[in-house]
Design a protein around this ligand. Structure first.
Ligand SMILES: [Zn+2]
Length: 335
């Protein structure tokens, strides 16, 4: 069962929520705003569990009847608003929320509604919700979870407390992944950084064979770049252009390789490398490249990421990046 204790990161949000329970200042509406996988659902469920726990503390006890029902997913005073289509329709909101809000809670002091992916509510649905938010019954607590609070009507936002779910710090996330997934530290760090501080995405990366394969193939490409043959480079560029779905992931991993090169230059220690088993190749490249070269490479990579969105020829862009890095590596080595 999700409790505040089991959540990684988000201390400020949790402190705020626990304080609201202790002081009795529970709002009728909350917006949990943050990236996918960051922990919105867990936090909302933990809050619901704590609000309804029979022990009456600021954390769910895990043992009382309400907590056991929460754990089994059948707490009658907690409703998860679901939807089938790509949008949350006015019908979804009316049937599962507006029409049932007047029904008093079965047992506890609150009746809780959790709307995941709230940004998918269309305007009609949001207007229906707004009516409920304008005059909510005293026991109602509505939690809107979203990756984009801006997609909600200003009138909804002004009636809700917005909680910003910020990325979990890399070190915290790395330690957690190591313990939870039994990963070596450098692999945990890679998944942590790559996920942008989202525990859900970090776990998905850590468990994904596809991610491992991508990581290995990016490492193979980057380590051989100084001596890469022309036709191999052309093939990499062609493959990159053809793999539209994977481009963002590949660029992200190449960027992490460049970060590792920076790290090698600055710290000259392998401690915090994300491609640690490539330490030798990284050290050799870091020696050949000056800071300026590394900064330009990072900027070039950033430009490819922007260009992707406006349909620039990716084969040429990626080839130019690889060729540019090769040239710099060879120049400074005097090859
Ligand atoms: Zn309890």
């Amino acid at each position: 069962m999700d409790t505040f204790h089991s959540i990684i990161g988000h201390r400020r949000v949790i402190d705020y929520l626990q304080d609201s329970i202790r002081s009795g200042h529970v709002s009728h509406a909350y917006i949990f705003n943050g990236a996918d996988g960051i922990g919105k659902k867990m936090t909302a469920r933990a809050y619901a569990a704590a609000l309804l726990c029979r022990e009456g503390g600021d954390e769910a006890c895990g043992k009382c009847i309400s907590c056991r029902q929460m754990a089994d997913g059948n707490q009658p005073d907690v409703a998860f608003v679901t939807h089938e289509k790509a949008i949350i329709s006015v019908g979804d909101i009316r049937q599962q929320l507006c029409n049932v809000v007047p029904v008093k809670p079965m047992f506890g002091p609150y009746r809780i509604f959790i709307v995941d992916e709230a940004e998918k509510m269309n305007e009609e649905a949001q207007n229906a919700l707004l009516k409920t938010l304008e005059e909510p019954p005293s026991y109602a607590v509505i939690m809107l979870l979203t990756n984009n609070a801006e997609a909600l009507l200003p009138t909804i936002r002004s009636r809700a407390v917005t909680l910003e779910m910020l990325p979990v710090p890399v070190d915290t996330l790395t330690d957690w992944l190591m313990a939870k997934e039994q990963l070596p530290d450098y692999r945990a760090r890679l998944a942590a950084v790559y996920s942008g501080g989202s525990p859900g995405q970090a776990i998905a990366c850590a468990r994904s064979e596809e991610f491992q394969r991508q990581r290995d193939s990016v490492a193979a490409m980057m380590r051989s770049i100084a001596v890469m043959r022309e036709d191999t480079m052309a093939q990499y560029a062609k493959d990159f252009a053809g793999a539209k779905e994977e481009q963002e992931a590949i660029l992200g991993l190449v960027l992490l390789w460049l970060h590792d090169l920076m790290m090698c230059k600055a710290e000259q220690s392998a401690e915090r490398l994300m491609f640690r088993e490539e330490e030798e190749s990284l050290a050799a490249q870091a020696e050949s490249l000056g800071y300026e070269a590394l900064w330009s490479l990072q900027a070039e990579l950033g430009k490819i990421r922007t260009d992707r969105r406006v349909n620039v020829n990716m084969e040429t862009s990626f080839w130019l990046f690889l060729a540019g890095m090769q040239r710099r590596l060879q120049q400074e080595k005097g090859v």
